[in-house]
Ligand binder design. Structure first.
Ligand SMILES: [Zn+2]
Length: 331
């Protein structure tokens, strides 16, 4: 299979984990942000998480330098544009990018400015390349909750015009869903679709909670359902799509190795799985690499690819018109 040539869809990709190292160096110079080196290889080594990352916290530390330069409108627009450009160049035809606006206020940007900049960057790439996209706003759970409603209100102005969904991200505690019921309900009222990071770090119950308490339509990762029967059954019977990110799960030690990843077991059981990058830079991956690794590991075929691609289309937070277009590329 020519994985590069295949049309691809990525539903789970973080903006701050997918910044080109050379762009960090360039922006750091422009903005006067201190970075340890202006050598691309050195900066890359500080951003890419090792295969044997000891834990999720070590993995999350890789976002420090990207976030330090993502503090102006120009930087956010550029980085969003470049992500869509990179994806388009490997035949990703539809990309949903998520980011946490709360992280980009260090120099006083408003939520409106942050969100407008990312939409501009995405639109510019859509005009230049054969790619479509939408943006997802992620709450960074380790940050204070006091500005979440304001963030939802700012994003709501772009619902149907760049922003589509609401997500909860960052390291996963047991029972976190209970703390975000009102925020998520408010987001739903404002027109957001819901996807939630859950079941990434071993808490299968969080997947159940995300679906039942937060009305998640898709689950980020969700691999912990393999050890949690009730969540497994709920995901299966409600046809909730799992946004799996195999390389990232190996790096964060959510699974011991790719061979130990449940994506294929889920797929064979009839669970709706999709395959995604999570973080192009931090995980040193692309959709091409992610598919090739996973398909070779589990000996999957072109027919399997078409099934998984169709899962991504069906569960994309986009219009029927774009879905029809995406389906026409594979049939
Ligand atoms: Zn993620």
């Amino acid at each position: 299979m020519n994985y590069f040539k295949l049309p691809k869809i990525d539903l789970h990709c973080h903006l701050d984990g997918s910044v080109r190292p050379e762009t960090i160096i360039d922006l750091a110079k422009q903005l006067g942000v201190e970075i340890p080196s202006t050598n691309i290889e050195v900066m890359k080594s500080l951003m890419v998480a090792p295969e044997n990352c000891p834990n999720l916290m070590e993995y999350l530390s890789r976002f420090h330098y990207p976030v330090s330069v993502m503090q102006t409108e120009e930087a956010l627009e550029r980085i969003t544009f470049e992500l869509y450009e990179d994806a388009a160049k490997e035949n990703v035809k539809y990309l949903e990018t998520r980011y946490g606006p709360q992280l980009h206020r260090q120099n006083g940007l408003t939520f409106d400015q942050i969100i407008a900049s990312t939409v501009r960057g995405m639109r510019k790439a859509e005009e230049m390349y054969d790619i479509k996209g939408n943006l997802i706003i992620s709450v960074v759970k380790v940050l204070p909750k006091n500005d979440i409603y304001e963030m939802i209100d700012s994003g709501a102005k772009y619902i149907g015009n760049g922003i589509v969904a609401f997500d909860l991200a960052a390291s996963e505690d047991q029972d976190f869903c209970h703390d975000y019921i009102e925020h998520t309900e408010y987001a739903i009222e404002k027109g957001y679709r819901i996807t939630i990071h859950a079941g990434e770090q071993g808490y299968g119950q969080n997947v159940h909670d995300a679906i039942k308490l937060l009305h998640a339509e898709r689950i980020g990762h969700g691999i912990a359902i393999r050890d949690h029967k009730a969540s497994y059954n709920l995901v299966y019977s409600n046809r909730i799509a799992l946004e799996t990110c195999p390389t990232s799960n190996v790096q964060t030690k959510a699974v011991q190795s790719l061979a130990d990843h449940s994506v294929n077991d889920f797929y064979q059981d009839g669970i709706v799985v999709t395959i995604n990058t999570d973080n192009r830079t931090v995980s040193d991956t692309t959709m091409t690499k992610e598919l090739q690794k996973t398909f070779e590991q589990f000996d999957l075929s072109l027919e399997d690819y078409k099934n998984i691609y169709r899962n991504s289309v069906e569960n994309a937070f986009t219009t029927d018109e774009i879905k029809k277009h995406l389906l026409s590329l594979i049939d």
